[in-house]
Design a protein around this ligand. Sequence first.
Ligand SMILES: Cc1cc2nc3c(=O)[nH]c(=O)nc-3n(C[C@H](O)[C@H](O)[C@H](O)COP(=O)(O)OP(=O)(O)OC[C@H]3O[C@@H](n4cnc5c(N)ncnc54)[C@H](O)[C@@H]3O)c2cc1C
Length: 462
Amino acid sequence: MSESGPGQIHDVVILGGGSGGYAAALRASQLGLDVVLIEKDKVGGTCLHRGCIPTKALLHAAEVADSARESERFGVKASFESIDMPGVNKYKDGVIGRLYKGLQGLVSAAKVTYMEGEGRLVAPGTVEVAGTRYQGRNVVLATGSYSRSLPGLDIGGRIVTSDQALNLDSVPQSVIVLGGGVIGVEFASVWRSFGAEVTIVEALPRLVPAEDPAASKALERAFRKRGIAFRTGIRFSGAQQDDEGVTVSLESGDTLRADLLLVAVGRGPNADGFGYQEAGVNMDRGFVLTDERLRTNVEGIFAVGDIVPGLQLAHRGFAQGIFVAEEIAGLAPAPLVESGIPRVTYCDPEVASVGLTEAQARERHGDDNVQTYEYNLAGNGKSQILATAGFVKLVRQKDGPVLGVHMVGARVGELIGESQLIVNWEAFPEEVAQLVHAHPTQNEALGEAHLALAGKPLHAHA
Ligand SMILES: Cc1cc2nc3c(=O)[nH]c(=O)nc-3n(C[C@H](O)[C@H](O)[C@H](O)COP(=O)(O)OP(=O)(O)OC[C@H]3O[C@@H](n4cnc5c(N)ncnc54)[C@H](O)[C@@H]3O)c2cc1C
């Protein structure tokens, strides 16, 4: 057993180099703190290597395929031949590779002490990696999450999680997607564009069940049009695979058959077996519990990212990592407001939201104190040019600020930037209505929705 320099006590020791961990490391180092970052696999974590980036590359390839397929609609003669998965994977891996190299450069330029290996919390301020002990005045737990399965559903062969689905060498002819949440609908969208028959099975009554019901309804309508089948409000009961395919049984007694089954039923915290509980850290169903300053109950131990209950999103991890670094440096940053974190599902059409849903707003402010407005993208020039359908829905407190923005349509994820400023700065629709939005942009739909809610609609009925 050795120590990292005799008696050396670092300012911060971070366990896990994903979005949350590396953001904490970079910010802590900017603030002049002495940082150790421990990562057992690759810096960048799930988001860069198995999550956000590869899925969005696949979704872009899917959009290119659809553009080729639908080109005649725009008067362009092109034809869609086939998907070359090795080619798609090369493009995807190229994007990951460049970002990975850039991130490694940032970590090394930040003079963070980077240690490769599996770390374990052996005492409140001490993490051990391959026989070496690192002591920190502060420890940040950032070990992320893994793809969950269901009891009796073993991953392997034709039954895959997103980890394997990202690296297929051919397009399956048919796929069953178990789970209609973000990851499930994104893969369903990709495979449909690649030419597969896709059926989504979701136990809750609607797709993307965490979103405002209006968004689920619009997405379901669009998926139906695209030929993506879905069974909602129905539970899975078992799956059997053989050489030819996989058969999925539902509690209704129905069975479905396909080449592949994607299990996308959520992500569990990766917080077991690293000594957290033994060190006295409070946990709940595997998640690490923190207060709003991201402190665990053990002095000097913080937690960030997917192991902390809440939205499992990379930008939440970044923000929490930065927060903790600033907290440790004594800057007393303002706590993050979870509902103000933007959420984007990048399927076609995209779903984007920030703030409260209509139901949440009514619960918090009372039925009489909430107003909503839905602007249909049919009235938006740029959306017509792109041939996309959808809406911008605003939820406001009566005579008060905008509480939530909910959108469906191609590329609406790009509108979440302005939406989150509006919600988080608690802007009134009347204030946003004074701001000029460029024509013709999809962004204009956001401006038009605020004009309408302020009582002066332009390209919309009152
Ligand atoms: C398919 C998919 C698509 C996604 N798409 C999006 C998206 O579009 N946008 C978005 O915001 N989010 C997306 N996410 C979620 C996003 O990837 C996560 O929210 C984010 O990666 C969480 O960051 P983290 O730092 O908490 O954990 P992780 O990124 O999981 O990082 C944890 C790191 O800790 C390391 N580690 C674990 N245990 C140890 C140990 N004992 N010692 C040393 N190292 C350890 C792991 O190797 C890993 O690198 C997606 C996720 C998936 C699976």
